[in-house]
Design a protein around this ligand. Sequence first.
Ligand SMILES: Cc1cc2nc3c(=O)[nH]c(=O)nc-3n(C[C@H](O)[C@H](O)[C@H](O)COP(=O)(O)O)c2cc1C
Length: 187
Amino acid sequence: MNETMQTISRRYSCRDYEDRMPPEEVLQAIAQAAVHAPSAMNRQAWRVIVITDRALMEEMEAEGMSCLAAMEDKSAYNRIMDRGGKLFYGAPCMIVVPIDSTQHNYALTDCGILCQTIALAATSLGIANVICGLAGVIFGSSPRAEEFSKRLGFPEGYTFGCSVLLGYAHTTKPPHEPDQGKISFIR
Ligand SMILES: Cc1cc2nc3c(=O)[nH]c(=O)nc-3n(C[C@H](O)[C@H](O)[C@H](O)COP(=O)(O)O)c2cc1C
């Protein structure tokens, strides 16, 4: 297996981080990898917002947890509570990806590709990560959604697409067992 194939099979979702910030140059490299991602018609209708402000992340996390707690469907809230009650799992930094979904129907696909590019770049550089869609509540159902969108600098018309938490793993877990049954060849 070459290095790329090894990185793909090594990646896993980390849900327990050390309180240690990755170096600036590593975060820069991950952000650079992100903007290499392909996008439909090369529209790049996304932004890559790297947050290392711990106080802001704590505020966002608290808001996210109270949004999840207020939801009628408690399944997401209970899932996070079962995992220790922290939406960001102690990660010291994150990348938020807002998108302009008015441009074309592929905005969410582009966003997913961008997030996986971030996840693989991070993994290859020894940075644990997890794609965090649930952070969307902070920019969706929250009464402070507009405030947070402004503070993060979402361009006009952009909405939360997805996010990726980054840091050093406090505890690791093995990658999920790939389901070979998902693959078929038509020959
Ligand atoms: C679009 C998307 C959103 C996700 N959102 C969350 C999330 O909010 N919180 C979380 O802990 N994991 C989240 N995950 C991670 C998945 O739960 C994880 O990828 C899956 O369980 C497989 O585990 P693995 O990543 O370790 O292979 C998300 C993954 C994707 C692709």
